[in-house]
Design a protein around this ligand. Structure first.
Ligand code: NAD
Length: 270
């Protein structure tokens, strides 16, 4: 049985992760964490597990922690997990470059799977857009993402990963080729930019479209998350995969390419 600590247990993703861990026969929730002072501290998160804020105690009996919080919630967990030698699955997005370096440093002590998107469909999409970008090298490429109104970071981590994949496939600098806003006298669009537009509205769990526009035609590829279950199932799959691995920073691509792939389940995310 793989013993899992869930960070951000009262959040949108935290709730889905708790249910996904309970539904998976080989995993169990051993602790549930929330921000200090959170109104739901003390509530029951799973059988015999109350939501707490003590990181050290939460990790003491865990093989792996799953984190969907905010960078301010992830960083103390990253430090504690490296110290206590507990594997990590990080789904939180919006880290600064300095925070990303601290995650890389922690991955020298423990195995960490980090993914901006744990859905099977988006991970396949990352490979498909890289292929399209290299086969349509002169086509203008833009990304449009839509998320629920409560999302606090933009562009989405998934949109950034999509633009990184396109830039890598075309030999472009990932940051200098990215354009995340246009206003006023922008001038004509240079060929080698990758535009990202972020929409925030309603309760969408996340939609991403990548379009490739050439003379007289446009190719679009769209992923729509219809619920958060696919992210949670992917995170639990990553948690099962990462326990017992050597220290290192792994991606969902590593998980999907080296785990024995069960047939897609009802959520399409297994
Ligand atoms: P949310 O606001 O519903 O939940 C975040 C939770 O983290 C809240 O309950 C909050 O109280 C808690 N939190 C904040 N600080 C904390 C701390 N110091 N310690 C413990 N808990 C703390 O947000 P959400 O929609 O669940 O998304 C969470 C993160 O996951 C975001 O960064 C989002 O972009 C990302 N996300 C990633 C994926 C993926 O597949 N990788 C999918 C969906 C969302």
């Amino acid at each position: 049985m793989i013993r899992i600590a869930v960070n951000g247990a009262a959040g949108r993703m935290g709730g889905h992760v708790l249910r996904a861990v309970e539904q998976e026969p080989e995993t169990e929730v051993v602790s549930a964490l929330e921000a200090p002072g959170h109104p739901r501290l003390g509530e029951t998160a799973a059988i015999g597990v109350q939501i707490g804020a003590d990181l050290g105690a939460a990790l003491a009996n865990a093989d792996v922690a799953i984190d969907f919080t905010l960078p301010a919630g992830s960083m103390p967990l990253v430090a504690a997990a490296a110290e206590q030698k507990v594997a990590l699955v990080i789904g939180t997005t919006g880290f600064t470059p300095e925070e990303e370096s601290r995650i890389e440093a922690a991955a020298r002590a423990v195995p960490i799977v980090r993914a901006a998107n744990f859905s099977l469909g988006v991970n396949v999409m990352l490979e498909v857009v890289a292929e399209l970008a290299s086969r349509l090298p002169d086509y203008h490429t833009e990304i449009v993402e839509l998320h629920h109104a409560a999302k606090v970071d933009a562009p989405s981590g998934t949109a950034l990963r999509l633009s990184d994949a396109i830039a890598a496939s075309r030999g472009l600098d990932p940051k200098r080729s990215r354009v995340t806003a246009r206003e006023g006298q922008t001038g004509a669009r240079p060929r080698d930019v990758i535009g990202i537009q972020s929409l925030r509205a309603g309760d969408s769990a996340g939609e991403h479209t990548v379009l490739f526009a050439g003379p007289g035609e446009r190719l679009e590829i769209t992923h729509r998350a219809l619920s958060r279950d696919n992210f949670a199932a992917g995170a639990v799959r990553a948690a099962r995969w990462v326990v017992g691995r050597p220290p290192g920073l792994y991606s969902m691509r590593n998980v999907l390419s080296t785990s024995s792939a069960p047939a897609p389940d009802r959520t399409g995310a297994a």
